[in-house]
Design a protein around this ligand. Sequence first.
Ligand code: ADP
Ligand code: MG
Length: 147
Amino acid sequence: MAMKTVNQAETIALGRRLGEHLEKGMTIILRGELAAGKTTFTKGIGEALNIREVINSPTFTILKIYEGNLTLYHVDAYRLEGNSYDLGISEYEDDGITVIEWPEYYEEYLPEEYLEVNFTYIDDDSREIDFIPHGEKYMKIAEEMTC
Ligand code: ADP
Ligand code: MG
């Protein structure tokens, strides 16, 4: 089932809700076009993890690490484009939360299991947001996010 947010604050709140359910070692991939709300949603995850630093997506930074209740590994793979480049996620994903924007540019290195979140642009202020579990441990979370 899809959720709908009608402004930026609602997307942050939805990200915060997801953040409250996350457990160490989980990976979230965020799919959607430019300005679909992926980074906005990640800000909400950061709030849930009590991260004080401002979460953003600097143009040339591919991986940013934030410390909160858990460590947040925030990947923005946009700049990788078609170039195959292993960020070594498999080595650190177990000790924090990994959030990946533009997973289509990082497909070959994604873990086997993750929660997929799809963002669809409806109009200037509205987005449709879907949660798709890949793997057993994400099923309950996906369900909780859509009720
Ligand atoms: P992405 O990381 O997917 O490129 P951003 O989160 O950086 O997207 O940007 C989303 C932009 O859309 C922001 O400028 C934000 O203010 C605007 N916006 C408008 N409505 C929404 C909404 N419902 N959810 C998220 N962002 C929204
Ligand atoms: Mg972004």
